[in-house]
Design a protein around this ligand. Structure first.
Ligand code: ZN
Length: 252
C-alpha cells in the first residue's frame, strides 16, 4: 500500500516537474559568438629592448628571414607601444569572451624580463586550431608632420603563402576599418591611398598565417592628440570597442 502510494506520488510529481521546466525556465540563447575562435596578437613585448641578441636573430618570415621582433615605438612621453597593445588587447579579449568567443592570446605577458614571441610564431598562431581570424594589434610611430589616424594592413596575395587567405583578410580589413570608424576614430592621413587600408608582403605575422589575418596600426603614438587617447583608459576602451565591432561584423 505504501509502495503504491509512493509510486502514485512519483507519477504525479514527474509530469508536474517537467511542466515547470518547460514553462518557467526557457533555455537561454547561445551567446552571439559561441563557437568562434579569435587569435589576438599584442604587438612586441615590453622587455624586447633588454634582449637585442634574441630579438635580432633571423626567423622565417614567408620565403625570407626577418629579425625575430622589434622594440616597437612609444609616445613622446615614453608610454611604450608594447604596453598600449597589451592593454588594448586584454580589453578586446574580455569583450569577445563576454560575447561567447574563445580567445587565444599569442603574447601572454607584458614584462621587462621577457622578449618575443618572434614574428614566425605570431604568424603561425591559430593555424593549428583553424581559428576564424587573427588580429595583430599595433600602433605606429611616424614623425611625419601632422601624421595621425589608424590603418589596417592585410596580406598581399603571394602564391604559396597568402594567396589562400588574401581575399578573406581584405574583407576582415574592411570590417575592422568600419568598426574603428564607427567609434569615431580617424582614418590615417599619411598612408598611401588615404582610405585606411594597406596591403603588404613583407610581414612575417601576415605571411605565415593560414587563417584570415590583419595587422592594425591603431594610431600614431608620436601625435600628441593620439598619444592622449592612447594613454587614457577611456581612449583605450574606444579602440577596443572599435576592434570588437569590426570582428563582429566580419563574423556575422
Ligand atoms: Zn608595432
Amino acid at each position: 500500500m505504501i509502495a503504491a502510494l509512493a509510486l502514485l506520488l512519483s507519477l504525479l510529481a514527474g509530469p508536474a516537474g517537467a511542466t515547470a521546466v518547460a514553462t518557467g525556465a526557457e533555455p537561454a540563447d547561445p551567446p552571439p559568438m559561441a563557437g568562434r575562435v579569435v587569435v589576438l596578437d599584442a604587438g612586441h613585448q615590453l622587455g624586447n629592448h633588454n634582449f637585442p641578441a634574441q630579438i635580432n636573430a633571423p626567423v622565417p618570415a614567408g620565403g625570407f628571414t626577418k629579425p625575430c621582433n622589434t622594440t616597437g615605438t612609444a609616445t613622446d612621453g615614453g608610454y611604450p607601444e608594447a604596453t598600449f597593445t597589451w592593454q588594448v588587447t586584454r580589453q578586446v579579449r574580455a569583450r569577445l569572451r563576454d560575447l561567447g568567443a574563445r580567445v587565444v592570446m599569442v603574447r601572454t605577458s607584458n614584462r621587462q624580463d621577457r622578449w618575443g614571441p618572434c614574428v614566425d610564431e605570431r604568424g603561425r598562431a591559430g593555424n593549428d586550431i583553424d581559428a576564424d581570424l587573427k588580429l595583430s594589434i599595433h600602433a605606429d610611430g611616424s614623425y611625419a608632420p601632422g601624421a595621425r589616424g589608424f590603418h589596417v594592413i592585410a596580406p598581399t596575395a603571394r602564391p604559396g603563402w597568402t594567396a589562400d587567405i588574401a581575399g578573406e583578410s581584405a574583407s576582415l580589413a574592411r570590417d575592422v576599418r568600419r568598426g574603428l570608424v564607427r567609434v569615431g576614430l580617424p582614418v590615417a592621413d599619411y598612408i598611401a591611398g588615404g582610405d585606411g587600408l594597406d596591403v603588404r608582403g613583407d610581414l612575417g605575422t601576415l605571411n605565415l598565417s593560414d587563417v584570415p589575418v590583419v595587422m592594425v596600426e591603431l594610431g600614431n603614438m608620436r601625435d600628441p592628440g593620439e598619444a592622449r587617447r592612447m594613454t587614457s583608459a577611456r581612449g583605450r576602451a574606444t579602440y577596443a570597442r572599435g576592434l570588437v565591432a569590426g570582428v563582429r561584423s566580419y563574423l556575422w
